[in-house]
Design a protein around this ligand. Sequence first.
Ligand code: SAM
Ligand code: SF4
Length: 453
Amino acid sequence: MGKRIPTYEVITFGCQMNDHDSEVMAGMLEAMGYEPAASTDEADVIMINTCCVRETAENKIYGLLGRLASLKNKKRHLIIGIAGCMTQQPEVARKIKNRFPHVDLILGTHNLHRLPDLLSRVRENRERLVEVWEQAGQVMENLPIRRASNVKAWVNITYGCNNFCTYCIVPYVRGRERSRKPEDILNEIRQLAQEGYREVTLLGQNVNSYGKDLPGKYNFANLLREVDQIPGLWRIRFTTSHPRDFTQELIDTIARCTHVCEHIHLPVQAGSNRILKMMNRGYNRDYYFDLVERIRQAIPGVAITTDIMVGFPGETEEDFAHTMELVERVRFDSAFMFVYNPRPGTPAARFPEQVPDEVKSKRIQELIARQNEITLEYNRSFIGRVEQVLVEGESKTNPEMISGRTRTNRLVIFPGSGDLAGQLVNVTITGARLTHLEGNLEATVGANFSDGR
Ligand code: SAM
Ligand code: SF4
């Protein structure tokens, strides 16, 4: 009998940036000879990629670490590693090391590329290792990668963040903003298009400030124009856009680029000028209203989505009313809505007048209820329309259904064969839920179709 191939599992918490880092971790593990495990219980290596933006994610991760202790007791050769934003905080890395002796490897966000080296040492010497770099080194290129989809791909354009919103831990765990060189990004996307990928999402904490740290005047609009010219690519998305850095040049560029999709994720965070100022967001509500107006004028049919927080320190009933009023006036296509959660080490965690939990809870319920009505109204307005959908594959919940997205990033689920993955199809929308649209397949738009508007 041949030697059994060792297997791995990567468990991811958090944002798209983490999803993408996990693809790199999986790529490095496969380059070392590991294969994906059929289940967590069967894996020889389990890597956990963590998030610390809110305490709820951290608590889930501690719970998971606790549960993995019994697996490790049954399987002594199992290696458990933990990486990502949570371990980048020295006190958290220390706590994990002390409280969870079954964790073999702890690494941070800046030294992910060191995984193969460190894992080999853990495996060969049976030693526990903690390696967390305080500072980010140079941007690492050409790391192996195992992408989750073969239709759409994440592509990092910047790492880190310089904005220091007062509630946010990201700049402390991801470091200062670093832009990848345009040629590295363009080469990666050209290669993806040649391999048959149809959609890319350009990733950064604030994509609109891309290039500010590079020599010359090359900016995000320049990059979008060049990506738009890459043959074989049908759809270009990007996230996240900080309202402050959204220039008119960028709006006009998005409007003109054939393949750039009509969806902008534009986190507003709050509707009160006082709170926006305390958050250090760098804009006020009038600026935001004007920006939304200019985007909607230039890009017909654009979907605007957002992130909003309630219960920031000092938020009064009047401040919250301003948020509700902003939601009413802008009418976001959808929103991620959060309760403010103090993050140790951030300025807002030390602000006086923290809002009591029961007030936060009442406000978030009110906000979610209203925004959900608006989202559903939007989704219902699609019933009877024919939408162009890029098929991603079988639906996760029902193998007889397939799913894909409209250019405005709405999920559409409809009966069809998984063979259509990677194809553009026309779907008549017949139903609308909060999270997705339902429909019937009309026609395949064709492999040579360039997804022009
Ligand atoms: N860079 C992006 C931006 O500025 O919009 C978002 C990054 S953050 C990972 C995603 C969202 O988490 C933020 O937009 C914010 O709404 C939310 N968030 C960040 N810190 C938070 C905190 N301390 N409590 C609650 N929500 C938070
Ligand atoms: Fe956090 Fe603000 Fe940077 Fe977004 S822009 S990652 S919210 S500091």
